[in-house]
Design a protein around this ligand. Structure first.
Ligand code: SIN
Ligand code: FE2
Length: 216
């Protein structure tokens, strides 16, 4: 087998359609890992991770922060996007260039051109943290896709259909994997099973996830 053929085959395997409109891009963010983590550290220095409370009064096990013109928040009064970090009273930190570029490139690869997000939810999973099945539906326009970037420890991602009753697929997401869902898959239910203990050489004993969206 020539090197060219081998490279071609591994490139094909690196990308998998999960459903019409939903694509898993294996390792898509790996070459940007250091730039992403550096920019992320600067964001978190200004807007630290915090455990938000659901409208039902439950403390989320996932630590969260945001960057971009809008940030996703939850508290006793509901789920919404807002321009101000309630913790600091200041606007959320700006979306780093590398986040914008990666989001546009991943969306393009999945068939969504000219994606310009204005919001990035940053999730920090520690061992035991989980995210129950939900739809991303607080955004104004469902015509734009969601781009989700995984960094650090592996996790089992649940990806279902547009109704909660449809059994979700279980997908192992690794450091550098990117999932894009939009179009007919835009309102797919998704979640994350409890994170297992482990240690990642660059990210440590945690998983970080960036969810880039056009919210406003
Ligand atoms: C989310 O749905 O907000 C994040 C999903 C993930 O962590 O992979
Ligand atoms: Fe989500």
């Amino acid at each position: 087998m020539t090197m060219d053929l081998f490279d071609g085959a591994s490139t094909l395997e690196a990308q998998e359609q999960l459903a019409p409109g939903a694509m898993l891009l294996r390792g898509f963010a790996v070459t940007d890992e250091r730039e992403l983590l550096g920019a992320l550290a600067e964001v978190i220095a200004q807007a630290p991770f915090r455990h938000m409370v659901t409208p039902g009064g439950f403390r989320m096990s996932v630590g969260m922060s945001n960057c971009g013109a809008l940030g996703w928040i939850t508290d006793e009064s509901g789920y919404r996007y807002g321009p101000i970090d309630p913790l600091s009273g200041q606007p959320w930190p700006a979306l780093p260039e590398v986040f914008l570029r990666l989001a546009a490139q991943a969306a393009e690869r999945a068939g969504f051109s000219r994606f310009v997000p204005d919001a990035c939810l940053i999730n920090r999973y520690e061992p035991g943290s989980r995210l129950s099945l939900h739809q991303d539906k607080n955004e104004r326009d469902f015509g734009e896709p969601i781009v989700s970037v995984s960094l650090g420890l592996p996790a089992v991602f649940l990806f279902g259909g547009s109704r909660r009753s449809l059994p979700p697929r279980r997908i192992g997401l690794m450091h550098g994997d990117v999932v894009v869902w939009g179009g007919p898959a835009r309102l797919s239910y998704h979640g994350v099973l409890p994170l297992k203990e482990g240690f990642h050489s660059l990210v440590g004993a945690q998983r970080l996830n960036l969810t880039l969206r056009k919210a406003g």
